[in-house]
Design a protein around this ligand. Structure first.
Ligand code: ASP
Length: 441
């Protein structure tokens, strides 16, 4: 028997019209049994997400602002929910809940409690509208004393509760601490709840409904109308997300990945679009495009160390990296020549440690020279097809050369899943466009 878990993001539940759309999606397929909602998102560019309104209200209370100021801010939140209920023509009085939440917030129930109510209240309304049971995440999603998520305890509790309800709404984003207080995941964490529920339900598919028709091959702010990726493996997704491409919360992958459940990213506003499939393993790849996607980030620095006969000095690399470890600095890449080694690091992370780093390297390694260059952008070209297709690296390099862009660094992972190039930050945007244009026609 098929079971689908469907998660709807904030933009998919921003107003009554979107609630109707969500209901028609859920009802169109009886195997869509478990629904995980976010809090109402923005209705327009200038609008504020309910989660942010709740955080704002919490700050006003904490700052002991006058009661009228707090009341006015909270009334705006009430208006959002009451507006949705009224427009849906729903026979549901949420005023008692709204009053209760406000009082709890006024009596120091905490920041996470405040934020979590966005999902909680939206979940109550959606359950009522769909005619589904409501399972409070507080009763099934557990954190440990140290604040980490308790996966196994949660899985057992969610599975037990789902078994009692054929159809249910489980609000996203939060769970409970051992002492009974509410704790949220990090921002965007309803994706994680969806994944947890999908695992516990032994779902066939985890559908994640948002406002785009899937994961795009490149940043749409840089490339005009980029293609949607039809299928991407978890490993490819990890490479692209690490470099800044986002559609899904990074931690949302783990529960379903372990259980071998595919994620299907879908567009609530265009429900007929296939969306993107995120899968553990894929037998094929797009033989025309070869690559799966491109993503990148600015803000990197290269620390270059030169020393004659470095290659024969056993332990040189270890000593160098130890200096980074001692300074609590992760490194991104390590391009090296015979007598040079370069360490690519985040500029923000080294900011306050620059002088100390240079001094320690000079003192411990006695190099001929050591220097830091800033302003590097890294671009990852990712694709499981690269291992089979010859000449991909050449095409990446040619496309940049043809655009008059100098490659400052290049690194190909041995699994041939990605090629990373470093370019000047000023040429970042053009580089992405050049590489995209080379592979997608
Ligand atoms: N409402 C929360 C946020 O805005 C969680 C979510 O939407 O996934 O971060």
């Amino acid at each position: 028997m098929q079971v689908k878990v469907v998660k709807f993001g904030g933009s998919s539940l921003a107003d009554a019209e979107h609630f109707r759309q969500v209901a028609s999606i859920v009802k169109a397929d009886p195997t869509r049994k478990y629904v995980v909602p976010s809090a109402p998102g923005k209705r327009s560019k200038e609008d504020t997400k309910v989660t942010d309104m709740l955080y704002g209200c919490y700050e006003l209370i904490k700052a002991r602002e006058p009661r009228e100021v707090i009341d006015a801010a909270y009334d705006k939140i009430c208006e959002r929910y009451n507006g949705i209920i009224k427009e849906l023509g729903l026979n549901f009085d949420i005023s008692g809940e709204l009053e209760y939440v406000k009082n709890a917030m006024l009596h120091s129930s905490g920041r996470d409690y405040a934020a979590s109510r966005g999902e909680y209240l939206n979940g109550l309304i959606l359950a009522k509208y769909l005619g589904f049971a409501f399972i409070d995440a507080e009763s099934v999603i557990y954190f440990r004393d140290n604040g980490t998520f308790d996966e196994e305890k949660t899985n057992a509790a969610v599975a037990e509760e789902l078994a009692k309800n054929e159809y249910a709404v489980i609000p996203g984003f939060y769970g409970v601490m051992p002492n009974g207080t509410i704790k949220t995941f990090s921002r965007g964490g309803s994706d994680i709840t969806g994944s947890i529920v999908a695992r516990a339900a032994k779902a066939t598919i985890y559908e994640n409904w948002t406002d785009v028709s899937g994961f795009m091959m490149a940043d749409p702010r840089l490339v005009n109308n980029p293609c949607i990726i039809q299928e991407i493996t978890y490993r490819e997704l990890r490479e692209l997300s690490y470099m800044g491409a986002t559609v899904l919360h990074e931690d949302a992958v783990f529960p379903v990945r372990g259980a071998g459940i595919p994620i299907n990213i879908r567009n609530t506003n265009r429900p007929d679009d296939e969306g993107t499939w995120i899968v553990s393993r894929s037998n094929g790849y797009d033989t025309e495009k070869i690559i799966t996607g491109i993503a990148g980030k600015k803000g990197f620095s290269v620390i270059t160390i030169e020393k004659d006969m470095m290659n024969s000095e056993v332990g040189f690399g270890r000593k160098l990296l130890e200096i980074f470890e001692d300074n609590d600095l992760p490194f991104e890449h390590l391009p090296s020549g015979i007598d040079t080694m370069s360490v690519v690091v985040s500029t923000a992370l080294i900011e306050e440690k620059r002088d100390k780093l240079l001094q320690t390297i000079s003192r411990d390694l006695r190099p001929d020279s050591v220097f830091i260059e800033d302003g590097l952008a890294l671009i990852a070209v990712v694709g499981r097809g690269m291992v089979k297709a010859k000449g991909t690296a050449a095409r990446v390099c040619d496309s940049l050369a043809n655009a008059g862009i100098n490659i400052r660094m290049i690194d190909q992972g041995s699994s041939e899943l990605n090629i990373v190039v470093g370019v000047d930050e000023g040429e970042y945007e053009d580089s992405i466009r050049a590489i995209y244009g080379e592979f997608v026609h």
